[in-house]
Ligand binder design. Structure first.
Ligand SMILES: Nc1nc2c(ncn2[C@@H]2O[C@H](COP(=O)(O)OP(=O)(O)OP(=O)(O)O)[C@@H](O)[C@H]2O)c(=O)[nH]1
Length: 665
C-alpha cells in the first residue's frame, strides 16, 4: 500500500495523475471481469423482468426494486484513508462478493493500482441490502483519489445522491478530503461522515469529528466510527446510506438522459460505457446518441454491475449500469457526456461536460530506435482507453524519433510511462515535463506551445503567458514557515493563511503550473516530514517574464535541452545544467565549451578540457625548437578537429540532465 514515501515517488513530479481507462485489450480487468475472468462474456439476461438484481450470495435471487429503494452513493476520501478497504468490506457484508472470491481491494483492480494502493480508475458496484425487511439496491460508484482525476471525481459525484466522507481518525482532514467535499457539496449530495481506522492506537475520532465540523461545517453528531480493516461499523454505514441518502427521482417518463461516469475499451465488445440514468429508460437494442460527440449507435447490451456485468433488458431513471454498442474508441463516449435516444432526443444535455485538456507535456523516445513503431502502436492502444492521452510524432536531433505526449497531470504521465514500459516492454527516455505556454505574437496571433524548441523567435513574440494554479496546503502549524518558503521559491503569490484548528493551518498560494511539475510535491512532503497535504486547481493563464534558455555544446545548439524558464531563474538553471553536462560528457581530443544562452547572450559557461596526448614523449632531450614544432603541430591539428569535430553527447548524459531539469525547474 502506498505510504507517504510511495506517494512522494508517485507524485514524483507532482509531480504527478489519469485514467483508469488505460486498461488495454490484453489485460482488461474490471470489476465485471475480475471475478469471471478477463474477457469472459457476461451472463445472459434474466428472462422475465426488468429492474432485476441478482444478489450473489451463493444462489441467485431475482429482485424487483422500485426507485424509492435505490440509493446511489460514492465514497470520498483522501488518499490512503481507507476508501478501497471500506468498499471491499461493503461488497463483502452485502454478499455481493463472496469472501472466497474476494481479492483484497476488489475495486482497485488494475495491477498498478493494487501495487501502489491508489485508486486511479472509477468503478461501480451494485449491492443488495436488507433493511427493515425490505430489499434495497445500493449502487456504489468509486472515485479516484488523486488530484489529476478531479474531473472524474466530479462526474461520478454528479451520478449520486449521497456520499460517504471517509476520514482517517488517526490523521484528520486533508487537502484532498476538502477538495472532494466541496465537489460533493456543489453537487448537492447528502454527506455521511465516517471516521475510519478507529482500531489504530493513535485514532482520536472525537478530535477528528470536531475538525470536520470546524473545517467542513458538517454536523458530525451522527458520524459513524468504523474500522474498514476489522469490519467494525459496516452495518451502521449501510443503514445510514438507506436512511439518509435520498432515493433518485422517478423521471422514467422523460426523454432519456444518462450520465457517463466511466468507460473502458474491451477488445471483444468495443467500448463499455458506465452510466447513471438520470431521466427516462434505456433498453437493449435502442438507438442511442452521445450528445457531445454526436455519435449514434445501437445498444447491443445493457446491464448492471453486481459487480460482475450482468445483462438486463432495461434500466430506468435512477439506476446505474453499463452498455456496449460496438463503439471503437473511448473518445466517442467520453466521461461527462450524456446518452440520449436517437429518435426522442433530450432537449439539453446534462451539465458539466468538459473535454479533457492535457496540462503537462513531455517527449517520449524509445531508447532503442527500432522500437518506434512499437511505441506508436502501444500509445494508440492506450489511447483507445484513455481519451485524455494526447500524442503526436516528434523528432529530436539527439534522441531520434519519438512522440510528444500530453497528460492530465504528473501522475497520469507517470502511469502512462510505466504502463508502456511494463505492459509493452518498451524502454523509454522521457524529456522534462513542460506545460502549455501561450505566446502572443507581434502580428496579433496567439500560439500555444508545449515544446520549447517550437517557441516563436524573440522578435516575433510580444508576450508569453503560462498556466497558473491555486494550491491549498494543509499542514501542522510547525511547518507553515517551511511550506511558505517553498511556495515563495516557486514564484508563488501568497493569498491566504488560516488556522483550521488550533494546530493545523491552511495556506493558499497561486503559482505557475510549471513550478509544480518539478519536485514540488516531494518537497512539500519532505519539508513537512510527510504531514502536509495539498490540492491544486487550474485558474487560468497569466503573463510572465519567460525566456527560452538554450544549451550549446561546442557551439552547436542542443534543442532537446532547451527549456522555457522565468527570467529570474535563468542564471541558476543555466549554471546547474552546464555544470552537470560538464560532469557527464566524456573528454574529447579538443576543448569543448558548454554554454547556456538566452538568444545570443551566454549566461553560464563551462569547458571540458581536452585529453592531452604527450607528443613530446618520443623526444628525448633534443632541442627546444623541435619540441615547440611538435606542440604547434598538435595545436593546429586540434583546431582543425574542433572545427569539424562533433561532440557525441551520450544518452546517459541526456537522461541525467533531463532529470536535473525536472529538479531545478
Ligand atoms: N488499521 C487500519 N488500517 C486500515 C483501515 N482501513 C484501511 N486501512 C489501511 O490503510 C491503507 C490505505 O487503504 P486504502 O483502502 O487502500 O485507501 P484508499 O483511500 O482507497 O486509497 P486510494 O486507493 O489511494 O484512494 C491500507 O494499508 C489499508 O490496509 C482500518 O480501518 N484500520
Amino acid at each position: 500500500m502506498a505510504g507517504a514515501a510511495d506517494l512522494c515517488r508517485l507524485n514524483l513530479v507532482l509531480s504527478s495523475n489519469t485514467p483508469n481507462r488505460l486498461l488495454t485489450a490484453a489485460n482488461f480487468t474490471r470489476p465485471g471481469s475480475l471475478a469471471a475472468g478477463a474477457g469472459v462474456q457476461p451472463k445472459s439476461a434474466p428472462s422475465d423482468t426488468d429492474l432485476e438484481f441478482v444478489a450473489r450470495a451463493g444462489k441467485d435471487r431475482l429482485l424487483k426494486v422500485p426507485s424509492s429503494n435505490i440509493r446511489n452513493f460514492s465514497i470520498i476520501a483522501h488518499i490512503d484513508h481507507g476508501k478501497s478497504t471500506l468498499a471491499d468490506k461493503l461488497l463483502q457484508m452485502t454478499g455481493t462478493v463472496e469472501s472466497r472470491e474476494m481479492k483484497a481491494q476488489f475495486l482497485d483492480n488494475m495491477d498498478l493500482e493494487r501495487e501502489r494502493g491508489i485508486t486511479i480508475k472509477l468503478q461501480a458496484a451494485r449491492m443488495r441490502f436488507m433493511y427493515n425487511n425490505e430489499a434495497y439496491c445500493l449502487n456504489l460508484i468509486d472515485t479516484p483519489g488523486h488530484v489529476d482525476f478531479s474531473y472524474e471525481v466530479s462526474r461520478s459525484l454528479a451520478a449520486c445522491e449521497g456520499a460517504l466522507l471517509v476520514v482517517d481518525a488517526s490523521q484528520g482532514v486533508e487537502a484532498q478530503t476538502l477538495a472532494n467535499v466541496y465537489l460533493a457539496l456543489e453537487n448537492n449530495l447528502e454527506i455521511i461522515p465516517v471516521l475510519n481506522k478507529i482500531d489504530l492506537p493513535g485514532a482520536d475520532p472525537e478530535r477528528v469529528s470536531r475538525e470536520i465540523e470546524e473545517v467542513v461545517g458538517l454536523d458530525c453528531s451522527d458520524a459513524i466510527y468504523c474500522s474498514a480493516k476489522e469490519g467494525i461499523g459496516i452495518n451502521e454505514i449501510l443503514s445510514a446510506i438507506v436512511q439518509k441518502i435520498p432515493p433518485p427521482q422517478d423521471t422514467a417518463e422523460r426523454p432519456l438522459r444518462a450520465l457517463i461516469f466511466d468507460s473502458y475499451y474491451d477488445a471483444y465488445r468495443g467500448v463499455i460505457v458506465y452510466f447513471r440514468v438520470i431521466d427516462g429508460t434505456i433498453r437493449k437494442g435502442d438507438r442511442i446518441m452521445f450528445m457531445a460527440s454526436k455519435k449514434d449507435y445501437y445498444a447491443d447490451e445493457v446491464g448492471v454491475l453486481s459487480p460482475n456485468q450482468l445483462q438486463v433488458n432495461q434500466l430506468n431513471a435512477g439506476e446505474v449500469g453499463y452498455l456496449s454498442a460496438s463503439i471503437r474508441s473511448v473518445a466517442d463516449a467520453r466521461v461527462g457526456d450524456t446518452i440520449t435516444h436517437y429518435s426522442r432526443k433530450a432537449e439539453e444535455s446534462l451539465p458539466g461536460y468538459k473535454e479533457a485538456t492535457p496540462m503537462v507535456f513531455c517527449g517520449l523516445f524509445p531508447v532503442d530506435a527500432d522500437q518506434f513503431t512499437e511505441l506508436r502502436d502501444a500509445l494508440e492502444k492506450l489511447q483507445l482507453n484513455d481519451a485524455a492521452l494526447k500524442f503526436e510524432p516528434e523528432t529530436s536531433s539527439a534522441m531520434g524519433f519519438g512522440f510528444r505526449c500530453g497528460f492530465l497531470g504528473l501522475l497520469h504521465m507517470e502511469i502512462v510511462q510505466e504502463r508502456l514500459e511494463r505492459e509493452y516492454n518498451l524502454s523509454l527516455i522521457t524529456t522534462a515535463p513542460s506545460v502549455v505556454y501561450r505566446v502572443n505574437c507581434v502580428n496579433g496571433d496567439t500560439v500555444e506551445c508545449s515544446n520549447p524548441s517550437l517557441l516563436p523567435e524573440p522578435g516575433s513574440r510580444r508576450s508569453i503567458e503560462e498556466p497558473y494554479v491555486k494550491i491549498e496546503m494543509l499542514t501542522p502549524k510547525d511547518y507553515i514557515g517551511a511550506l511558505m518558503e517553498l511556495a515563495q521559491d516557486r514564484r508563488g503569490e501568497f493569498k491566504e493563511l488560516k488556522f483550521i484548528t488550533e494546530i493545523r493551518a491552511s495556506i493558499i498560494y497561486e503559482l505557475p503550473l510549471a513550478e509544480m511539475v518539478g519536485d514540488f510535491f516531494d518537497q512539500l512532503k519532505s519539508r513537512s516530514k510527510g504531514y502536509a497535504s495539498m490540492e491544486y486547481s487550474f485558474i487560468g493563464y497569466k503573463e510572465s517574464d519567460l525566456i527560452k534558455l538554450d544549451i550549446q555544446i561546442n557551439g552547436d545548439p542542443v534543442e532537446p535541452l532547451s527549456t522555457i524558464v522565468h527570467k529570474d531563474k535563468a542564471y541558476a538553471v543555466g549554471r546547474a545544467l552546464t555544470q552537470k553536462l560538464k560532469e557527464l560528457i566524456p573528454r574529447q581530443m579538443f576543448k569543448v565549451p558548454i554554454q547556456a544562452c538566452i538568444g545570443s547572450k551566454v549566461i553560464a559557461s563551462e569547458a571540458i578540457s581536452a585529453i592531452r596526448k604527450d607528443v613530446l614523449a618520443k623526444c628525448y632531450g633534443g632541442d627546444i625548437t623541435r619540441k615547440k614544432k611538435l606542440l604547434r603541430k598538435q595545436a593546429e591539428g586540434k583546431k582543425r578537429m574542433k572545427a569539424i569535430g562533433r561532440v557525441d553527447v551520450p544518452q546517459e548524459a541526456f537522461m541525467a540532465v533531463l532529470k536535473l531539469e525536472k529538479e531545478v525547474l
